[in-house]
Design a protein around this ligand. Structure first.
Ligand SMILES: CC(C)(COP(=O)(O)OP(=O)(O)OC[C@H]1O[C@@H](n2cnc3c(N)ncnc32)[C@H](O)[C@@H]1OP(=O)(O)O)[C@@H](O)C(=O)NCCC(=O)NCCS
Length: 200
């Protein structure tokens, strides 16, 4: 997973003008503004948001890219969040929302942020295998965009995803050996996402 950044973003990262940092409560308004601009102010009605409400936040993996410009206040150039959910009897991560500020799009920042945070998730799952044995990552999005990071379409009917969701947009990425395919062979389909009141 080695996304290509534009040369200007590469040098912005090298000089710390752009920096990846964990989400903090002080960013909440800016992040909300970025997400409203990216997905619309009614984004909370989306099925992915409804599912996320039943998941457990993983704050360490929810990150922003800050744009630091001298004495000016920092701007949030991109944001990504992860939460944990249960799929059948397995633990998985739900990725999203991911958004890049319109002024920073088309330069590789979205793929860079995704690859960096997914690599952290894989590393964390290896170190702390019992607590964080996430087997795969699920998201709702356009395959054409996420395939560059390795995401594939979840086989139709495999997951009991909240409606309305276009099944072609339910994607997954295996991050441990016994990923989604192995789980599907052992579990009755469709697999339930989170038992009632699941919070980790
Ligand atoms: C989607 C988004 C995160 C991409 O961020 P970005 O930093 O511009 O992405 P990258 O620079 O890493 O990748 C850009 C490439 O992805 C393509 N791309 C962008 N959005 C796409 C989409 N929805 N479907 C397919 N391809 C897409 C671009 O055309 C570009 O292709 P190219 O490299 O061949 O020129 C950003 O446009 C955004 O925040 N959009 C609004 C929110 C959103 O739709 N998020 C989820 C996507 S399903």
């Amino acid at each position: 997973m080695n996304p290509i950044l534009s040369s200007s973003l590469n040098s912005a990262i090298a000089t710390n003008q752009l920096s990846l940092t964990s989400f903090k409560p002080l960013y909440v308004d800016q992040v909300s503004g970025l997400l409203d601009a990216a997905f619309g102010a009614d984004r909370h009605n989306k099925s992915s948001y409804k599912l996320r409400e039943t998941c457990q936040d993983i704050p360490e993996l929810s990150q922003v890219v800050l744009h630091n410009d001298g004495d000016k206040p920092s701007i949030i150039a991109a944001t990504i969040a992860f939460s944990q959910m249960q799929v059948g009897n397995a633990k998985a991560l739900l990725l999203g929302p991911l958004a890049v500020d319109a002024n920073f799009r088309g330069q590789g920042l979205g793929h860079y942020l995704m690859a960096a945070t997914i690599n952290q998730a894989i590393a964390r799952a290896k170190v702390n295998a019992k607590a964080d044995r996430w087997q795969f990552i699920i998201l709702i999005g356009d395959l054409d965009y996420y395939a560059k990071i390795g995401f594939k379409r979840v086989p139709l009917g495999a997951l009991d995803y909240p409606q309305p969701t276009d099944p072609n947009r339910i994607l997954y990425l295996d991050i441990a050996n016994n990923g989604l395919h192995n789980l599907m062979s052992q579990t009755k389909l469709p697999m339930l996402l989170n038992k009632p009141n699941f919070k980790g």
